[in-house]
Write a protein that binds this ligand. Structure first.
Ligand code: SF4
Ligand code: MG
Length: 332
């Protein structure tokens, strides 16, 4: 099927002036990213804070314009859309944030929050059907339909995130971008919200671009994972493949540090402690951007930037010395 979302050589970020009279320079928080999300699929974008994943989210939902490259929705560059098409895009791509309390207007009732978009997009739900539609949205996300006249502060954090999800669903989106959508919640509530999202995907066929810093969380939720480091994708693959055969040293470090939720860490690894903090996107390291922290770095890594190459059909890795490649070449 045709991808619902494609990022093509996406470069995004902001321009910053150096001093009062200085030249403006580009800070490339996203430095050339290619990603694809298919209808009904969950792609998890994983990386440390500051790696550029929120910039990806903001660019995908149109809050930020790319510096170069393309964001394609349904095969079309969103920069070329007409006004009417842009309006449809704003409906079909929804964003769910980490902090539902900040994104839900505290002066509006749940009923008002869920029906708000139906004024902007007439034809979505007829006025006489609003009551039943609000009730069914609340039921669908596991909330009591009789609580529609309550305000966000009358709900718990997990319930507020359910309201945010119901609000996103109210416009029948095809893609929901979740930016750290469960990170602020207790572990047991995280699992409930992820189960809800998975169930909604089965029922409605919605796709997720699920952004998180925590590889442990997405083990049972993702279809595919893309690991992001300092503005670039360093490894991507099917979830089982990536967890069982992580090939990039950065992915290995993230996995070794992820809390072990169950038995997935089949190959017992000691935690890999990375040296130093993530470098700034203001001054990315030469060559491989991971080399100052990589325990496998060699001279070549300091000068030669590795490209994301396909070792096999669908597990590309951006590293000069990925795990297991030497094993593969040794045996055949
Ligand atoms: Fe480490 Fe070199 Fe691979 Fe970069 S290219 S991850 S520095 S081994
Ligand atoms: Mg972020």
């Amino acid at each position: 099927s045709r991808p619902v979302l494609e990022l093509v050589d996406l470069v995004a970020g902001y321009r910053q002036r150096q001093g009062a009279w200085g030249r403006r320079r580009e800070v490339r928080a996203v430095a050339g990213v290619n990603l694809t999300v298919h209808p009904g699929e969950t792609l998890c974008l994983v990386g440390e804070s500051g790696c550029g994943k929120s910039t990806v989210a903001r660019t995908v939902v149109g809050l930020l314009r790319p510096l170069s490259g393309e964001v394609r929705f349904d095969g079309r560059d969103i920069a070329t859309l007409s006004h009417a098409e842009r309006k449809r895009l704003r409906r079909e791509v929804q964003l769910v944030f980490q902090d539902p309390y900040a994104s839900l207007n505290p002066t509006m009732t749940v009923y008002e929050l869920l029906s708000e978009a139906w004024r902007i997009h007439p034809g979505l739900v007829a006025r006489e059907d609003w009551d039943t539609e609000v009730a069914s949205l609340l039921e669908r996300v596991g909330l009591n339909p009789s609580h529609a006249q309550r305000y966000p502060h009358q709900f718990s954090g997990g319930q507020r995130q359910r309201i945010s999800i119901a609000r996103a669903l109210s416009v029948k989106p095809r893609l929901i971008v979740c930016d750290e959508a469960v990170s602020a919640l207790d572990v047991s509530i995280q699992a409930q919200i992820l189960n809800l999202l998975a169930e909604l995907q089965r029922e409605l066929g919605v796709a997720y671009l699920f952004i998180t810093h925590d590889l442990g969380v997405v083990r049972h939720f993702a279809d595919r994972v893309a690991v992001m480091h300092l503005g670039t994708i360093v490894e991507t693959g099917e979830v089982a493949e990536l967890y069982e055969r992580p090939a990039h040293p950065y992915t290995q470090a993230l996995l070794s540090a992820a809390p072990s939720l169950d038995d997935w860490r089949s190959t017992a690894t000691d935690e890999i402690v990375l040296r130093g903090d993530a470098p700034s996107p203001l001054a990315p390291p030469s060559g491989c951007r991971f080399h100052p922290r990589c325990w496998k770095a060699e001279d070549r890594c300091r000068v030669d930037e590795p490209q994301l190459v396909h070792r096999d059909t669908d597990h590309p890795v951006a590293c000069h010395f990925p795990a297991e490649v030497s094993d593969v070449s040794a045996t055949g």
